[in-house]
Design a protein around this ligand. Structure first.
Ligand code: GDP
Ligand code: MG
Length: 558
């Protein structure tokens, strides 16, 4: 394929707006998969993806399409839509020149539509708006067109109205991909320059790196070097994803495909790494921001004899998901375990579910916390800790106030889109979460987009559920990293009959200590197994008890 006959594009959308269904139709229309089969989200390969109906890992497929007598190669990269995986979205985008921005004709623009649009916009990609589900009884594509014009400044004429489910107008989408997205800007005569935009681990073949070639050619037998590790490898196999791996002789600049070169784990094929030919070093491509864990939790085997099994399962799973960070940890009550860092709560749940389903393990997870920081107060301490600012990923290691100049808490900029009737209630909720309003606009007559700066710890636990329930499920939410702010933090101990339980230590904002302490004690009272003797449940800051519940002995139920 000549470079001008190649298009690399991605599909982005709010969750459930129909990316995967549209991908199925595009695969069928181009003959990549059989139309007779009952195709449902064929790119969602993992069990958890099928069960939850969400896409976790981005998947790539090469499509061949004949348009006006000419054969085109269209490389489609399906991406996850959920906030926790926006890291995957931006990675996929770096291999593309354009995106299909899918919006549900009934729900309209939602929080992740906005977040995903701006990822594409910042990467300077061509955006093709696609209004999906026009077959629905309540579909209102004209209203959605107006929202798209207002929020993204895209003329409503540019919108393509489709039903991915029924296949209506899907050919127009393929034509728009050819006409509106530019071919990749690459040079085949230059020496090889390939971007690793994803990698997976296969038990038998080792690391399979997904690559986009910006310059040159790569063939089986070539010697390649990783710009990141400077290690040299021999290429064992190259090919395209159709969507399953199909070996080819070579991959040329402009193509997206895979490469296997005896890399042992995904850390050797770092996402964002540049590969080049041995003896032909090139300027590395701009890499990616590395994924930053936002939520930490302790993980322990339910039974210590399962420790080694769990260890090997965690190792295997992180081979495939390098965005999870792993530190060894131990606790008096729970034994040896780990402290894991995740991109968000859904990411944590998905990881846990994959451990259980794919590796048959069962674990105890402790309450998630966010990465607080402490700025140390003296040169002596800085020398002792070997850094000025320490990150606290485990509340039990919260440094005492006497050592600290100030504490910092992570912030996020949250976007909420809601029908106007819920705006008042949502503002009250946000205020209770110590959030500061930054922005409010109407995106149509009765829908509002709000932006708030939130302390991250105020949204990790039950913010999303509260938002959903007070808006009858209509409000959507997304957030992005927004740095740190000074915060008055305190460590709160939980005591059972006067003894501190290390696993229950939490870090709270000073203003919230009483209410959080009270809630924790009440919840514990309800959830602890009944005992034959009285138990005092207390929350304390330093020596001061701030909340107390007593679990009394009750006679066994009849
Ligand atoms: P994704 O989360 O964006 O990948 O969304 P999916 O492709 O998994 O679709 C979410 C749900 O919407 C599924 O139940 C689909 O069957 C349904 N869906 C997708 N496209 C259409 C459409 O054009 N019309 C209707 N009525 N339903 C659709
Ligand atoms: Mg999907």
């Amino acid at each position: 394929f000549a470079v001008e006959d190649i298009r690399n594009f991605s599909i982005i959308a709010h969750v459930d707006h129909g990316k995967s269904t549209l991908a199925d139709r595009l695969l069928e229309l181009t003959g990549t998969i059989d139309k007779t089969k009952n195709n449902k989200q064929v790119l969602d390969k993992l069990q958890v993806e099928r069960e939850r109906g969400i896409t976790v890992k981005a998947q790539t497929a090469s499509l061949f399409y004949n348009f006006e007598g000419k054969e085109y190669l269209l490389n489609l990269i399906d991406t996850p839509g959920h906030v926790d995986f926006s890291y995957e979205v931006s990675r996929s985008l770096s291999a593309c020149q354009g995106v299909l921005l899918v919006v549900d004709a009934n729900e309209g623009i939602q929080a992740q539509t906005v977040a995903n649009f701006f990822l594409a916009f910042e990467a300077q990609l061509s955006v093709i708006p696609v209004i999906n589900k026009i077959d629905l009884k309540n579909a209102d594509p004209e209203r959605v067109e107006k929202q798209i014009e207002k929020v993204f400044d895209i003329p409503s004429n540019d919108c393509i109205k489709i039903s991915a489910k029924l296949g209506t107008n899907v050919e127009h989408v393929l034509q728009a991909v050819i006409e509106r997205i530019p071919p990749p800007k690459v040079h085949r005569k230059n020496p090889l320059r390939a971007l690793v935009f994803d990698s997976t681990f296969d038990q038998y073949r080792g690391v399979i790196a997904n690559v986009a070639l910006f310059d040159g050619v790569v063939s089986k037998g070539d010697k390649i070097v990783s710009a990141h590790t400077q290690k040299t490898y021999e290429v064992n196999e190259v090919g395209v994803l159709n969507p399953n791996e199909q070996p080819t002789l070579k991959l040329y600049a402009g193509q997206v495909g895979y490469l296997i070169a005896g890399m042992k784990d995904v850390t050797e094929a770092q996402i964002g790494d540049t590969l080049y030919l041995h003896n032909h070093p090139v300027e590395p491509l701009p890499g990616f921001k590395s994924a930053k864990p936002m939520v930490f939790a302790g993980m322990y085997p339910i039974d210590q004899s399962e420790y080694n099994n769990l260890k090997s399962a965690i190792e295997k799973l992180t081979l495939n998901d390098s965005s999870v960070t792993v530190h060894r940890d131990s606790s008096l009550a729970l034994g040896a375990g780990w402290r894991l860092g995740f991109l968000g709560l859904l990411h944590m749940e998905v990881f846990n579910q994959r451990l259980e389903q794919e590796y048959n393990t069962s674990v105890v997870l402790t309450t998630p916390t966010v990465p607080y920081k402490a700025v140390l107060s003296s040169a002596k301490l800085i020398k002792e800790y070997r850094e000025k600012e320490i990150t606290i990923i485990n509340p039990a290691q919260f440094p005492d106030k006497s050592k600290v100049a100030e504490y910092l808490e992570p912030l996020v900029l949250g976007t909420i889109i809601t029908p106007d009737e819920y705006t008042g209630k949502i503002m009250v909720l946000c205020q209770a979460r110590r959030a500061v309003q930054k922005h409010l606009i109407f995106i149509d007559q009765n829908r509002v987009m709000l932006k708030y700066l939130f302390p991250l710890n105020e949204i990790v636990v039950d913010f999303y559920d509260s938002l959903k329930s007070l808006s009858s499920g209509y409000a959507s939410f997304d957030y992005e990293d927004a740095g740190y702010q000074t915060a008055e933090l305190v460590k709160m101990d939980i005591l059972l009959n006067g003894n501190i339980v290390e696993e229950l230590v939490t870090i709270v904002h000073k203003d919230k200590a009483y209410s959080v302490g009270k809630t924790i004690c009440e919840r514990l009272k309800d959830s602890l197994p009944r005992q034959l003797f009285e138990i005092a449940i207390q929350a304390a800051i330093g020596n001061k008890i701030i909340a107390r519940e007593t679990m009394v002995v009750t006679s066994p139920e009849k």
